[in-house]
Design a protein around this ligand. Structure first.
Ligand code: GLN
Length: 307
């Protein structure tokens, strides 16, 4: 028999049909995605996972990696070490905006590309290879299984990343990045190409909801003080130039990615993940936003909800 949660999820999906938007095409490999793919997953802090649709089908994580690599940078360098290089102010700008503070050169926040490339550059390790191995282990720890890189997506993005390459070189000019900016760019593009499925994302989100302890494996991934910081930055900056609309309508810290995933976190309760590759003008899954709004309303998940 289907559980009430399962029945509810099915009813939501029928109501949010989502035929608007286009799949991302600026990364050529992403243009190959079937636009009608769909999955939804909900993971509770006590380790229950409910899924609907193609929840085991993989896609590249893209910008949903950003809160997690920011978390790793915090764990490696501490609040101060990270704050010297990247701020926590919402920029109200698109994810790929070429945007740095005019005095310090710091990117406004780690959710836009400039800040995420900076966060990636702060990840400790001997060389790019060992640093990326740490990123992959880290993301795998949150997901609770060994993740891999989608090499096609990686190569496709790296060979066309003119804008991110420009951002990386500009960060180098301001002494925000050190060493070879191409290496930092490579690390960032690789982190974006890590292949996940919707179930993984829900569990990763639930790890944040659970104060940094992975709810299935029970492994502590992150200290609560850093979880609080990551969730704060997701709440204010995770949806870029739609952050205000999102926090008003959905009311949860969240992060989207151009492959069509969205995660949302209800602290102390659940992690939510949706996958639908048609994107709105902000580069966020159009159907994903609809589904999250709907669930937030139906289940009073809005953090500012006062009854
Ligand atoms: N890898 C993508 C980029 O840097 C990630 C963007 C996103 O998912 N919003 O352009």
């Amino acid at each position: 028999m289907r559980s009430p949660v399962q029945q509810y999820l099915e009813s939501i999906v029928e109501q949010c049909s989502g035929t608007e938007g286009e799949v991302a095409s600026y990364i050529p490999e992403l243009a190959q995605t079937d636009p009608d793919r769909f999955a939804l997953a909900l993971a509770t802090v006590d380790g229950h996972v409910y899924t609907l649709g193609e929840a085991e089908t993989c896609f590249s994580i893209q910008s949903i990696s950003k809160p997690f690599t920011y978390a790793l940078a915090l764990a490696d360098r501490g609040f101060q070490g990270v704050a010297e290089k990247v701020d926590v102010e919402p920029s109200g700008e698109a994810f790929n905006e070429i945007s740095l503070a005019s005095d310090t050169g710091r990117p406004p926040n780690p959710m836009i590309n400039a800040g995420a490339i900076t966060a990636a550059s702060l990840i400790a390790g001997e060389n790019t290879e060992s640093r990326f191995a740490r990123v992959l282990d880290w993301l795998s720890g949150f997901a609770g299984r060994d993740l891999e890189v989608d090499e096609k997506v990686y190569t496709s993005e790296l060979t066309t990343a003119h804008r991110n390459r420009a951002i990386a070189h500009m960060l180098r000019e301001f002494n925000i990045l050190h060493g070879d900016p191409e290496e930092q760019l490579d690390l960032y593009v690789r982190q974006c190409a890590v292949s996940v499925n919707t179930r993984d994302l829900a569990v990763m989100a639930a790890t944040l909801a659970n104060g940094g302890v992975q709810p299935v494996t029970q492994r502590r991934m992150l200290e609560p003080a850093y979880v609080e910081r990551v969730l704060s930055v997701m709440a204010t900056c995770g949806m870029y130039d739609a952050a205000g609309d999102w926090i008003s309508a959905v009311g949860m810290p969240a992060k989207s990615g151009v492959s069509g995933g969205i995660i949302a976190v209800l602290p102390g309760q659940v992690g939510l993940a949706v996958f639908s590759p048609r994107l709105d003008a902000h580069g966020t899954s159009a159907r994903g936003v609809q589904v999250c709004e709907r669930m937030s309303n139906d289940m009073d998940m809005h953090l500012m909800h006062v009854g």
